[in-house]
Design a protein around this ligand. Structure first.
Ligand SMILES: NC(=O)c1ccc[n+]([C@@H]2O[C@H](COP(=O)([O-])OP(=O)(O)OC[C@H]3O[C@@H](n4cnc5c(N)ncnc54)[C@H](OP(=O)(O)O)[C@@H]3O)[C@@H](O)[C@H]2O)c1
Length: 294
């Protein structure tokens, strides 16, 4: 049987991706190196072919690129077929000793992309996101920069992240229908009020919608999702699976354009999450789960 896949523009990916951020930051210390490698290898072994990183995912402001380097090393040291693996990274958030900021200027994004390519050890990245809007510039300006990178062959597909419907429409105006491959926004049972709108809008325009923190985040939301939502725990018990699998299978059922990227810093987490790709929820289950965001 052929494994199911989803589309991000011209790219084919597994229905779920790995959010690699917890390997570098989240609940304290970064994952020990051996465990980080094991987590990436377990991801790929489980048939997850979509890896999500960003230049800012790092234990400290002066180690930006940490996560990109880990992802690249994990991929290089995996003994499977790497040709179907899709890498996504992001730029446009700054970090310094004083804190964080945003810079969506063409000059900054180009320098950030060049560093990301070096960290990942590649000449062109499959999917590049503008990480967060920089309200000091016109939104179109940042999108135009991404279009230029694509034209030069530095990136294959264009994504935007933390974008509202109006910003998605600006991106579509700049790039044309079909030009914007993905929108990555926060979406989970605990966070959906604004992003349910963007999820729907993406579906109407053939844009992949990539929920970040799809389980509720590393701050305790993901681990407690079954305790917080009794219907999720009940459905999980009925299927004999974890509540996290139920959440991910439900998100996958919201549309063929939805591609959640659960984070993991341990092989066990991503191996469990990946099973959601095979979990079939009944119409009754989905009805109960849909009530959460109704
Ligand atoms: N675009 C943006 O602005 C933005 C912002 C934040 C995050 N992101 C991306 O989104 C990805 C996912 O978000 P996230 O990592 O913040 O939150 P998340 O996916 O909601 O939760 C990740 C946490 O869930 C745990 N977990 C995962 N699968 C599990 C399972 N099957 N059973 C039990 N626990 C499980 C992990 O535990 P362990 O750590 O113990 O493995 C990890 O701590 C990030 O990694 C990052 O790539 C993007």
């Amino acid at each position: 049987m052929t494994a199911p896949t989803r589309r991000i523009g011209s790219l084919t990916v597994s229905p779920l991706g790995l959010g690699a951020m917890p390997l570098s930051q989240g609940r304290g210390e970064p994952a020990p190196h051996e465990r980080a490698m094991a987590t990436i290898h377990a991801t790929l072994d489980a048939g997850v072919t979509f890896l999500d990183t960003a230049d800012i995912y790092a234990p400290s402001w002066d180690t930006m690129g940490h996560n990109e380097k880990i992802v690249a090393e994990g991929l290089r040291s995996w003994d499977g077929d790497r040709s179907s693996v899709v890498l996504a990274t992001k730029g446009g958030i700054t970090r310094s000793a004083e804190g964080g900021g945003r810079d969506g200027s063409a000059t900054y994004l180009r320098a950030a992309l060049e560093k990301s390519l070096a960290n990942l050890g590649i000449d062109s990245v499959d999917l590049y996101y503008w990480h967060r809007p920089d309200r000091s510039i016109r939104y179109a300006e940042g999108v135009e920069a991404l279009a230029a990178f694509q034209e030069e062959g530095l990136i294959r597909e264009i994504g935007i992240s933390n974008a509202n419907v109006e910003e998605i429409d600006v991106a579509l105006e700049v790039l044309g229908e079909g030009g914007l491959a993905a929108v990555q926004n926060e979406f989970s049972p605990t966070f959906f009020h604004t992003s349910a709108r963007e999820l729907k809008h993406c579906g109407e325009h053939g844009i992949a919608f990539v929920p970040w923190s799809p389980l509720g985040g590393t701050g305790g939301g993901a681990s407690a999702v079954g305790e917080r939502f009794e219907q999720i725990q009940r459905i999980a018990d009925a299927h004999g699976v974890s509540p996290q699998q139920v959440v991910l299978a439900w998100e996958l059922a919201l549309g063929d354009h939805v591609i959640p990227i659960p984070g993991a810093s341990r092989p066990e987490s991503i191996t469990d999450s990946a099973r959601a790709m095979d979990l079939e929820l009944s119409a009754g289950d989905l009805e109960q789960l849909n009530q959460i965001i109704a």
